[in-house]
Design a protein. Structure first.
Length: 377
């Protein structure tokens, strides 16, 4: 997007249209219900997404608008297909040529699936508090630990995993001594267990994983030993714009459903002031969320990220998706129960939780703002 043009390049708009047509054709209501009920991973649709060329790193805007349009039709299938390359930016930025050859390029071709394993039963928002241990041995490294809520956990070929390699030097430097490693799911000692019964996003695969005496070769350490926290935070500053796009798409999908519902109602229903006001508010909020998301993405994609802006986009778009879901549910009332609207309502919730909860995003924003005050002094 060029400065203040508020227009995406034609190529990106064409991708958006292709993504919307693809999702409307392939994410049929039957399949959406199927994956929501069975909680299976939509692997066949993932392959079609690759064959159609939607997963590309050449122009990240194409992935961003695809995320938006896929989630507009179904966030569960949309996210799980696109997130099959989850964490790829980690290797793009910090991987060795050998790591890229072995893990990144096959993933970007759809031959492998990746995952990011940070959260633990006792450490979610508090990333520095993780207790999985990766220790140097004579032959390489040894991993022991426990990860929780890992997307793609049972279907991924490899995880980008954060573990403690050295005790923190002080209370203030708890984020030191963390190291990032590539760990293959099929290695001895790796035990992923699928978690079922999630509120929403049930087409995504989520797992609890234990690691018992897992041997990790030296060449699978990513970046500098002890610097894993910085790598993960750099990654979150990229991935959060995609979650913002997921939120915008989900909110737009809810508005689409609301309009379909209103089209079936008598004109007198649509003319009620509270319905008109709600429609206007929803439309304005989605437009604002889309604009802040694109602004943050402009910075991220031009290698000039603004972490406060990225957190604002992630926080705001997630809140809007949930607010829009609430308002739409109120207008439709009991008829929404068991409908596609109810599904999007359930799917919206995760946007306020993963890649940093809304509270964590607000803390990032306020810390940055307070820093500016100190700089002025
Ligand atoms: C479906 C799903 C998929 C996921 N996929 C992945 C994945 O692929 N990889 C991965 O590593 N993780 C994943 N996660 C984990 C997710 O990132 C965490 O759930 C999230 O970071 C929050 O951590 P927590 O659940 O431990 O909650 P907690 O961190 O315990 O937070 C609980 C509550 O306290 C609030 N809180 C916490 N700290 C503060 C603070 N300092 N100030 C104010 N409020 C605070 C939070 O906002 C929240 O409301 C996934 C989670 C889900 C549900």
């Amino acid at each position: 997007m060029s400065d203040l043009s508020f227009e995406l390049p034609q190529e990106v708009e064409e991708t958006r249209k292709r993504a919307r047509d693809f999702a409307l054709r392939e994410f049929t209501n039957e399949l959406i219900e199927h994956f929501d009920e069975t909680e299976e991973y939509p692997n066949e649709i993932r392959k079609k997404v690759f064959d159609a060329g939607f997963i590309t790193i050449e122009n990240p805007w194409n992935m961003l608008v695809t995320m938006e349009e896929f989630c507009r039709v179904d966030p569960g299938i949309g996210l799980s297909t696109l997130a099959s390359v989850f964490g790829s930016e980690i290797l793009l930025l910090y991987g060795t040529d050998e790591q890229k050859e072995k893990y990144l390029y096959p993933t970007l071709k759809g031959e492998k699936i990746s995952a990011v394993a940070v959260t633990e039963p006792g450490a979610g928002s508090d990333v520095a508090g993780i207790s999985s241990r990766i220790e140097k041995t004579e032959k390489g490294w040894m991993l022991n630990g426990h990860k929780m809520f890992i997307t793609n956990g049972t279907v991924a070929d490899h995880y980008y995993l954060l573990a403690r390699s050295a005790p923190p030097p002080s209370k203030e430097k708890r984020h030191h001594g963390l190291t990032l490693a590539i760990v293959e799911r099929r290695w001895n000692g790796v035990n992923p267990v699928k978690l079922k019964g999630k509120l929403g996003m049930r087409a995504t695969d989520t797992a609890e994983i234990t690691f018992e005496n897992v041997a990790v070769p030296n060449e699978n350490i990513v970046g500098e030993e002890g610097k894993g926290f910085y790598i993960i935070m750099t990654f979150f500053n990229i991935s959060r714009v995609y979650v913002a796009a997921q939120s915008v798409g989900t909110a737009q999908g809810i508005l689409d459903l609301l309009l379909e519902y209103l089209a079936e109602k008598p004109a007198s229903f649509r003319e009620m002031e509270y319905v008109q006001f709600a429609l206007a508010e929803i439309s304005a909020l989605i437009e604002a969320a889309r604009n802040i998301t694109y602004k943050a993405a402009t910075k991220v994609f031009s290698f000039n990220p603004d972490p406060a802006l990225t957190s604002m986009a992630k926080y705001y778009a997630a809140e809007i998706a949930n607010q829009v879901a609430n308002t739409a549910f109120k207008i439709v009332g009991i008829e929404a129960s068991g409908s596609k609207l109810e599904k999007l309502y359930r799917d919206a919730k995760i946007t306020e939780i993963w890649e940093g909860t809304s509270e964590i995003e607000k803390l990032v924003i306020s810390r940055m703002i307070l820093k500016k005050i100190q700089e002025v002094k």
